[in-house]
Design a protein around this ligand. Sequence first.
Ligand SMILES: Nc1ncnc2c1ncn2[C@@H]1O[C@H](COP(=O)(O)OP(=O)(O)O)[C@@H](O)[C@H]1O
Ligand SMILES: CC(=O)N[C@@H](CCC(=O)OP(=O)(O)O)C(=O)O
Length: 316
Amino acid sequence: MTGHSDPTSDTVSSSTDAPGVLAAPTAKVETLIEALPWMQRYHGEIVVVKFGGNAMVDPELIDAFAEDIAFLRHAGVRPVVVHGGGPHISRMLDRVGIASEFRAGYRYTNAEAIEIVRMVLGGQVARELVAAINEVAPVATGISGEDAGLFQARRKTHDQAGEPIDLGYVGEIESVNPNVVLADLAAGRIPVVSTIASDINQPRKALNINADRAAAALAVALGAKKLVMLTDVEGLYRNWPDPNSLASTITVGELRAMLPNLAAGMIPKAQACIEAIDGGVMRATIIDGREPHATLLEIFTTDGFGTEVTPDTIDS
Ligand SMILES: Nc1ncnc2c1ncn2[C@@H]1O[C@H](COP(=O)(O)OP(=O)(O)O)[C@@H](O)[C@H]1O
Ligand SMILES: CC(=O)N[C@@H](CCC(=O)OP(=O)(O)O)C(=O)O
């Protein structure tokens, strides 16, 4: 039996271990068969997967994520990874004596901090993730949003309720030129994108872009079929932090209505889901990145998990 890890199991089993020996292959086949319609649905499609800094908490989770991305690529999906790195940035800022401050879910980024953000995202987090994926499938490449005009941004001046806000060198994406990502995909590579943008008014200056928002803008520009965001909670809670209020599906209209009452890191995530769906991405999901292989389970199994944001009316 090709690929069978236990050569002794070709022999007749004793009655005590027979049920386990019989059940395991059946379950494996069921899992594979369950994946078939999802593989068909996403074959050849672009899926943007955002890996949040809080989901990158341990090396085993990064390894499992790298395997999932390699699996998707070899199953015929065209995955594009967008990474966060908030905790990594906060640690480095702390080391150089800059306190982290978040306003309405976004990091207040002064002139010194933007240099650290650029260095940590492009020079540390992207490198670690590219290396992890390349260990499994050596086709990952790192791309900064400053490369080849990928992300052009303008300084962010208002919060989600439309009130003026000072965030320093934080940007809102104004335009996306996805050609550099498309070229990588066409060459069979797995792009890993860092969310720094060029300032539209000062092209040599960088702006700090929230990674959820950047992932959504990129998903729209690429015509992605799906946006998946891995984070450190099970999904979106309608009544945070009530553990019984986890939403398994929510329409974009319902989410829009919740937006003014959301807190902290969930604000940009919800805005990202809304932008993605409004921009034509059919599904945006927020899933628990603390669960190993969450990405694969979400994309290739029927139940999926976490919170799925859908258009108000679903026609596909
Ligand atoms: N309604 C909500 N549902 C889920 N999480 C929420 C909600 N409101 C605020 N949060 C917070 O948002 C956090 C996720 O955002 P964030 O820390 O920015 O994650 P990431 O680094 O993955 O982008 C959760 O850990 C939780 O503390
Ligand atoms: C403007 C802003 O807040 N930028 C984020 C960019 C990184 C990010 O979004 O990382 P996570 O996905 O891990 O939160 C920051 O500086 O933390």
